[in-house]
Ligand binder design. Structure first.
Ligand SMILES: *Cc1c(COP(=O)(O)O)cnc(C)c1O
Length: 381
């Protein structure tokens, strides 16, 4: 039996290969590797899909988070709130700006930032520190858009800007709003394992604000003004390659179908596993997940053994994330401690993510499920 891939890029390549090859060849023939016309075409297509007025393509998802912080001049003395259960980039960009990262617990069902914990942490900052609360970065974790209504009410009450981290959420829906349109600014990533993926690094920023979009474009290109060698401010080199843009145009056309296929895979996992594990993902009825990950919970005392066993039997499973950010050495200086964010810490002990991609065959999926069931049984669950 063949090995099952966690995210099967090879299968996707076979399916889209002729169109992707044509797109790559056209860019190579034209030779405009930087700022080719495909970049603007992609920005246009992405903003239409997401339902945001403006899209600024950039080099990766981490830069897509950094550029808005630069545009808003976030720095020392500013408090930026983000969940402790996420990929490190969400918080890293804040700390690298010299701002203070204030961690927040998660909702144990959605895994997204917990509104009550957010309000509490803002009050803490206001009462016990001299920091100014400026920004909240809710994350569309595992593909599920964050609780937009509750978080924007809190953001409004305290005058915070929302920077949506939609690196995993691209394609997801909150009511009729697409992930990527849910923040004052939203950032996404096209890293190969994300729902919409390119063949390397890539990212994009979305906003409804024309002036801000102009500022983001300037900062993306070394702070340039109307002339390329006039610099109005400091910036980055954070362009998206023309080649990646051309590839993404092809992939975006296939994306709605892939999103459907992901729903089917998720439904089959749910039917097979509900009741057998501690929890399967619960998606609020008015939301749609882009299923960047399909994450279940098993009892903490057997989780690591089950993961090792299932992996050894050829079904790749992963733990996203094994450690909260407030307990990472990189953030030691913030003085976080065990027990500070109970919901997030419990999640790190119980979660495991199953292979999830639109080209996962029913046969391979059944093998994953059977292997998992056997492992759980062997572990006495
Ligand atoms: C992947 C990811 C990022 C960073 O994206 P890159 O393109 O790898 O820089 C940021 N936040 C979250 C939640 C992610 O999953």
């Amino acid at each position: 039996m063949g090995k099952i891939a966690f995210v099967d890029l090879k299968k996707q390549l076979d399916f889209l290969e002729p169109a992707v090859s044509r797109a790559i060849n056209a860019v190579v023939a034209a030779g405009q590797f930087i700022n080719g016309p495909e970049v603007q075409q992609l920005e246009q297509a992405l903003s239409e899909y997401v339902g945001a007025e403006h899209c600024v393509a950039c080099a990766n998802g981490t830069d897509a988070l950094t550029l808005p912080l630069l545009a808003w001049s976030i720095g020392p003395g500013d408090a930026v709130f983000c969940p402790t259960f996420t990929f490190i980039a969400t918080a890293e960009v804040v700390a690298l700006r010299g701002a203070s990262c204030v961690f927040v617990d998660i909702d144990p069902v959605t895994y997204n930032i917990d509104p009550e914990s957010l309000a509490e942490r803002i009050e803490f900052v206001l009462k016990k520190t001299s920091l100014k609360p400026k920004v909240v970065i809710p994350v569309d974790l595992f593909g599920l858009p964050y609780d937009y209504d509750k978080i924007s009410a809190i953001a409004e009450r305290y005058g915070l800007k929302i920077l949506e981290d939609a690196a995993q959420g691209f394609g997801g829906l909150y009511g009729d709003k697409r992930a990527g349109s849910l923040g004052d600014v939203s950032a996404t990533s096209f890293f190969p394992s994300k729902p919409l993926a390119c063949y390397g690094d890539g990212g994009a920023i979305f906003t409804q604000d024309r002036q801000l979009a102009g500022l983001l474009k300037s900062i993306r290109g070394h702070g340039a003004g109307s002339d390329r060698y006039e610099h109005l401010r400091l910036g980055l080199n954070s362009r998206l390659d023309t080649l990646q843009a051309a590839i993404l145009l092809v992939k975006l056309a296939a994306f709605p179908q892939e999103l459907q296929a992901r729903q089917k895979v998720a439904k089959r996992y749910e039917d097979a596993l509900r009741g057998l594990v501690l929890s399967v993902p619960e998606i609020p009825s008015s939301s749609l997940s882009s299923w960047a990950q399909y994450t279940i919970r098993v009892p903490a005392q057997v989780r690591d053994a089950v993961v090792d066993d299932v992996k050894a039997k050829g079904a790749p499973v992963m733990v996203y994330y094994p450690k909260c950010l407030h307990l990472q050495k990189a953030f030691e200086y913030l003085g976080g401690h065990v027990g500070q964010f109970p919901a997030a810490e419990k999640a790190t002990r119980e979660v495991l993510s199953l292979p999830m991609h639109p080209y996962l065959s029913e046969q391979d999926q059944d093998r994953v499920v059977e292997t998992l069931k056997a492992s759980l049984k062997a572990a006495g669950v």
